[in-house]
Design a protein around this ligand. Sequence first.
Ligand SMILES: *Cc1c(COP(=O)(O)O)cnc(C)c1O
Length: 399
Amino acid sequence: MNKSDELINLSMNYSAKNYNPLPVVLCRGDGIWVYDVEGKRYLDMLSSYSALNQGHCNAKIVKTVKEQVEKLTLTSRAFHNDQFGVFCKYVCEITKKDKVLLMNTGAEAVETAIKAARKWGYLQKKVKENSAEIIVCENNFHGRTTTIISFSSEEQYRFGFGPYTPGFKIIPYNDIDALKKAITSNTVGFLVEPIQGEGGVLVPDDLYLKHAADICHKENVLFMLDEIQTGLGRTGKLFAYEYEDAVPDVLILGKALGGGFYPVSAVCANNNIMDVFTPGDHGSTFGGNPMACAIGKSALEVIIEEKLADNAKQLGDYFMNQLRAINSPYVKNVRGKGLLIGVEIKKEAGKARPFCERLMAEGILAKETHDYVIRFAPPLVIRKDDIDWALSKIKKILK
Ligand SMILES: *Cc1c(COP(=O)(O)O)cnc(C)c1O
């Protein structure tokens, strides 16, 4: 048995089986590349679901981690720390919002946004106590907590985990009329992803977000964007909503905000919303800790200084065009924005998983999403040469 098999056996024996990873055991990462315990090199085309936009072990962030880890790592919010305010200000400048509330994981930030919307509804919109409704979309992915899976339309995410949290209404994605019809006097928010990443890289029609934002503003409903996966350069803009200037009332960030080092998430909003929180209402032991703040600031600086959104736009367009030009008999559709690309396999060609296994053998790590879609989402530090190398391998498998 080689080292990989040994380590995979350990995981299989001692870990809950809530994932089905590709059979590769990684021990080192550098930029877009990762290495397995046998020393084989792979191009990471998943980037930990876009948590690694800055690439593996980004040198600038490594430096920040090393400096901060020897100074101060955790204070809790019972005390101030010297990194917190500086990072909060920077996040507000970048997102053009008055205030930020820092959490750790994406799901926690979504939970925080739900709390903010409900409380805003009761205090500002004067919705009757305990009757606030939040509208969400079919096929959504917002995380795995019991409340969030309560409004998932994915049977597997829900089965066995009830009773479910009430107060959510599910409408079809990319359907403006459905949104109009679903809004009632109790509606406090519309929570939506600019592109449904986990849903299979589903890109809505142009101006869907803009129209949704306009309706929400007209109806006094908070327009809440989950940009945990699409944000921070991934789609070719710093935030995906910038494509149509569909400015959200509540912007939810995570994943790449921690630069691949640390869980850092954030809810960003203006004072009229954020001021619903008063001391003791909500919190997190680790949220906004000095490690997280130092890393988060560095992670944002890398995205902006290295113009990673522009790179994602240019190379994403190129990559997508080249993927379409392969003209594969197995491929139904290639779609996406920037470097968030989905290749949908035709039903008759079988599921996406075997294609991912063949890609792995060729040195490309990609993961299927929703059975029939291969997602290509490399770190945004990728260069054209690397894309061409990947294309030569992908062609071999899709031809
Ligand atoms: C990953 C993701 C989440 C959940 O983030 P976690 O850090 O895994 O809790 C929420 N929303 C979207 C759009 C995501 O891609």
